[in-house]
Design a protein around this ligand. Structure first.
Ligand code: BDR
Ligand code: CA
Length: 308
């Protein structure tokens, strides 16, 4: 079976780190590049984190390019240290990698990989700033598939009552991306909030041999501490980015899927809210929206059938 080429655009981040580790181990895909964007931490730090994690995994041939520091509508203002730690990875003081980031800016690496891999899947795990900038380049190609962790439809937001963090950080960029004629799938909080890991899972992870699982197990208590009591009554955390990675890899698919235009609200109060033209059980039909059809995974996910 040939492996599906995948470009990951991320703000590495504890759950981004888990997603990258999963993708390195997933036989269905090959990571052909990583581009970083500010979000959980700044774009340069996200690249440094990614390079350190790759070094722990013994990976030295996947290009990692730094992307946008500031968002379209506002300057980067310090990320989410309360969720991901000051360094974005739970304050575990990972050594800097020997390898430095790719000399090309993120948009150039996206352009290069899109031209080289007509069957490219792009997995966006942070704000959509880099992808919006790419979409506006004159030679922008349609990816075979774009999978985005982001949005909240029938579920409440995680930064405001309505908005999810990746979309809220750069709603103008999200609006540009959702208007592209790309085969786009959104993996919103509606599904990621019910995919969790708990302290027992962490013990299991910690028992896996290797420097990368060890680093992941070391950073996760910070993330669990954020969630415990504040978001969930017990000690568990949501696996936003790993879930989107499994969808991008073709390992999971939506059982309840809505396909239609997705509008991103830009006005104060509702800034970063995502609304689907197809509605959901708690949304009314919204008319007159601009944009291409975007598939939204709304309820639950099922596994592919594994070959014997
Ligand atoms: C998303 O925002 C970031 O904090 C996480 O890494 C994830 O991509 C969840 O809203
Ligand atoms: Ca992320």
């Amino acid at each position: 079976m040939s492996r599906r080429p995948i470009l990951v655009d991320c703000d590495t981040g504890i759950d981004d780190a888990l997603a990258l580790a999963y993708l390195l181990a997933e036989p269905a895909v090959e990571i052909v590049g990583v581009t970083t964007v500010s979000g959980n931490t700044d774009a340069a730090r996200a690249a440094a984190n990614t390079l350190s994690l790759f070094e722990l995994a013994g990976v030295d041939d996947i290009p990692v390019a730094v992307g946008a520091h500031d968002f379209r509508g506002r300057a980067y203002a310090g990320g989410a240290p309360h969720v991901h730690g000051d360094d974005g990875i739970g304050g575990i003081a990972l050594a800097a990698a020997a390898r430095v980031h790719d000399a090309r800016p993120a948009v150039e690496l996206i352009d290069h990989l899109a031209a080289r891999h007509p069957d490219l899947t792009v997995l966006a795990l942070g704000p959509l700033t880099n992808l919006a900038a790419y979409a506006e380049t004159p030679a922008a190609a349609a990816f075979e598939r774009l999978v985005v962790m982001g949005g909240a439809f029938a579920h409440s937001g995680n930064v405001t009552a309505w908005a999810e963090a990746n979309i809220h950080n750069d709603p103008e960029a999200a609006a540009v991306v959702f208007a592209q004629e790309w085969d786009t799938t959104l993996v919103p909080l509606d599904v990621t909030m019910s995919q969790t890991m708990d302290a027992t899972d962490l013990v299991r992870l910690d028992a896996i041999a290797g420097a990368l699982p060890r680093a992941l197990a070391a950073m996760l208590p910070f993330y669990l501490d954020f969630y415990a009591g504040r978001v969930f009554a017990d000690r568990r955390c949501a696996l936003h980015d790993p879930l989107a990675a499994m969808v991008a890899a073709g390992v999971l698919r939506g059982v309840s899927v809505s396909s239609g235009q997705v509008e991103v609200r830009l006005e104060r109060g509702e800034r970063g809210r995502t609304v689907s033209s197809r509605g959901s059980s708690t949304q009314r039909w919204v008319r007159g929206m601009e944009g291409s059809a975007v598939e939204v995974l709304l309820e639950r996910l099922e596994s592919r059938e594994w070959p014997d």
